[in-house]
Ligand binder design. Structure first.
Ligand code: F6R
Length: 596
């Protein structure tokens, strides 16, 4: 993961660099660092975030007109100051996003020739390789180029030389990196969020590119060493400063923003046609990670009903290596809030190679997945600052169901199913708002689960996927051990977990399967479980006498799924509060997972 940003300007850059770095903290926030040059050469690193870094810099250290900075999510080496970037060797400072897979071999070779390493990171080999090339007499750019030729893996690298303080050098392979510019300022950053407010236009580097930045020029060399001309795009203005308003946490504010996020997403996609090449799909392959994967799994149930198309749900990190046969006529749907998730991104070339069109369901429309997709099918949830997906998840559900409706129309499928789904989507914003009003009861349940320190979530069909999202959310926000199972699978093993008082939380709407789900609830209850049912008004009577607690949530059918999601989010949020967790920044996580 990690975020990198660099600026070379006619003015001191420290303040803007740290502000840009702050925007990248969703990519990792265990440590941060900065190198500034011209005049002087200053390097500072801290355990903590951009504001801690700002506090660590003395005023007389901030005159540099070129600088690179980094916010870290540890891959190799603990979050310690010596492992924070920039890594510096003989006046070469480097920030790196990605993973250098052959770092151990490189380190060994360098150590043998007398290099001394200070960190446990894979990244530290890079300044050593550059310094080694410089010592052999290579010019600055050549030294960077010779160094990256050694690297296997993924990298976005920015390099600052103490003896060339008006230049930044950039190299890219596998990890995304952008170059931004405005008059007198040139920047490099992991994404446009860090560039907003600093630059007016940006271009994305391609694999194998090298770039040389000065305050008034950008030179990009492609993988053949030829000067490349690239298209520049406008950097979107920075979104309004993310205010917490009346909320204690971004996560809670984002839960409350769902009605607006859903309405906006639905309005944007309503009636949006599918291009012919995509409308002709014979099979849909959904590829995603984490919550985005559960959003696809939840929506699949209805998309299959809507379209009659077989839908595969694929874990990106598995799919990229599985060598799965891809049938002609398939369409791939990459689902990703950030549009930068490394594993999801890595599946793109597989589809390209087989001529399979790619639809990108992304929230960040200036992202790598968006740029590489044949069709962008966006969510408009707005920027999500809490690390846990909340409003982006429900916005993905809307977008995916709208995609199903569009396929249903293109294929002339049953209009009654379409009408049912559209009615659910129209009702969803109000249903979310109504569910939020049940917060006190959900908080009470959360306190009980926090005390038990475990939870089993079950459901069938969409309810099984929602159970998966519930377990994920509870784990990541509260660190409580939580499991999710398709209710019918319980008796094949997991029912052994049930003891007297085990919390079992059931997601069931009144569909054809409710009776079956009630039976599964009976089975765990008979073994001592304390059952909570999240269901609709009719389901409430089906669960009466089976569940200790029945949460009768608003809505029916498609609309009701949104109520279940809001309920699970509030449950996880309050469990985290009860245990004193850092809700917006859970331990070990980052918002955007740009390493595999
Ligand atoms: C969970 C969460 C993660 C992400 C996953 C994919 O709350 O946020 O599981 O859903 O890392 O990220 P995107 O959607 O950006 O590809």
């Amino acid at each position: 993961m990690c975020g990198i940003v660099g600026l070379v300007s006619t003015q001191p850059v420290a303040r803007d660099l740290i502000s840009g770095l702050g925007q990248l903290e969703y990519r990792g926030y265990d440590s941060a660092g900065i190198a500034l040059a011209g005049p002087g050469f200053v390097v500072r690193k801290v355990i903590g975030c951009a504001t801690d870094l700002a506090a660590a810099l003395r005023l007389d250290e901030t005159a540099g007109r070129a600088g690179i900075a980094h916010t870290r999510w540890a891959t190799h080496g603990k979050p310690e100051e010596r492992n924070a970037h920039p890594h510096v060797y003989q006046g070469v400072a480097v920030v790196h996003n990605g993973i250098i897979e052959n770092h151990a071999m490189l380190r060994e070779r360098l150590v043998e020739s007398g290099h001394v390493f200070l960190s446990d990171t894979d990244s530290e080999v890079v300044p050593h390789l550059i310094a080694e090339a410089r010592a052999r007499g290579a010019a600055h750019l050549d030294a960077v180029q010779q160094a990256v030729e050694w690297l296997h893996g993924a990298y976005a690298i920015a390099v600052l030389f103490a003896d060339k303080p008006d230049h930044i050098f950039v190299a890219k392979y596998g990890s995304p990196v952008l170059i931004g510019a405005r008059s007198g300022v040139v920047a490099v950053a992991s994404d446009t969020i860090a560039l907003a407010g600093l630059c007016l236009r940006y271009t994305a580097l391609e694999d194998g590119d090298l770039a040389v930045l000065t305050p008034d020029s950008v030179r990009i060399l492609d993988s053949f060493g030829k000067t490349a001309s690239r298209t520049w795009e406008l950097v979107m203005d920075r979104e309004q400063a993310a205010e917490l308003d009346r909320f204690e946490h971004h996560t809670r504010r984002e839960i409350a923003e769902q009605p607006v996020a859903l309405r906006n997403t639905d309005a944007l996609l309503r009636g949006k046609p599918l291009p012919d090449g995509i409308a002709a799909a014979q099979r849909l392959i959904f590829v995603a990670c984490g919550s985005s994967l559960y959003a696809a799994a939840t929506a699949r149930v209805w998309i299959e009903k809507l379209t009659g198309l077989p839908c595969d749900i694929e874990i990106a990190s598995e799919y990229r290596y599985r060598e799965a046969p891809i049938q002609a006529g398939s369409v791939a749907v990459l689902v990703s809030q950030s549009g930068e998730t490394a594993d999801s991104l890595a599946c793109l070339p597989l589809f390209r190679a087989r001529g399979v069109p790619v639809v990108g369901v992304v929230n960040v429309t200036q992202s790598t997945i968006a740029r590489a997709s044949d069709l962008v099918w966006p969510t408009t949830a707005g920027r999500e600052l809490g690390v846990a997906a909340t409003k982006s998840f429900t916005a993905q559900l809307v977008a995916l169901l709208r995609l199903g409706v569009a396929f249903s129309q293109a294929r002339d499928c049953d209009p009654a199913v379409r009408a049912q789904v559209v009615a659910g989507l129209t009702a969803a914003p109000m249903i979310c708002a109504e569910t939020e009003e049940m917060e006190p009861a959900l908080a009470e349940l959360a306190h009980w689960i926090a005390g038990e320190n475990e939870a089993l979530f079950i459901g069938r069909a969409a309810g099984a996927a929602i159970a998966g999202e519930a377990a994920l959310k509870l784990k990541e926000l509260s660190y409580i051990r939580a499991e999710a199972y398709a209710a019918g699978e319980l008796k094949h093993g997991p029912i052994a977990l049930i003891r007297q008082g085990s919390p079992v939380l059931v997601f069931a709407g009144t569909d054809a399967l409710v009776g079956k789900t009630v039976s599964n609830a009976e089975e765990v209850r008979a073994r001592g479980a304390n059952v909570v049912a999240f269901t609709d008004a009719d389901g409430a009577s089906a669960f009466a006498g089976v569940a200790e607690t029945v949460m009768a949530l608003p809505g029916r059918g498609v609309g009701h799924m949104f109520a279940q999601v809001v309920a699970l989010q509030l449950l996880a949020y309050h469990a985290a509060l009860a245990l004193g967790r850092n809700v917006d920044r859970p331990r070990n996580l980052a918002k955007s997972v740009t390493v595999e």
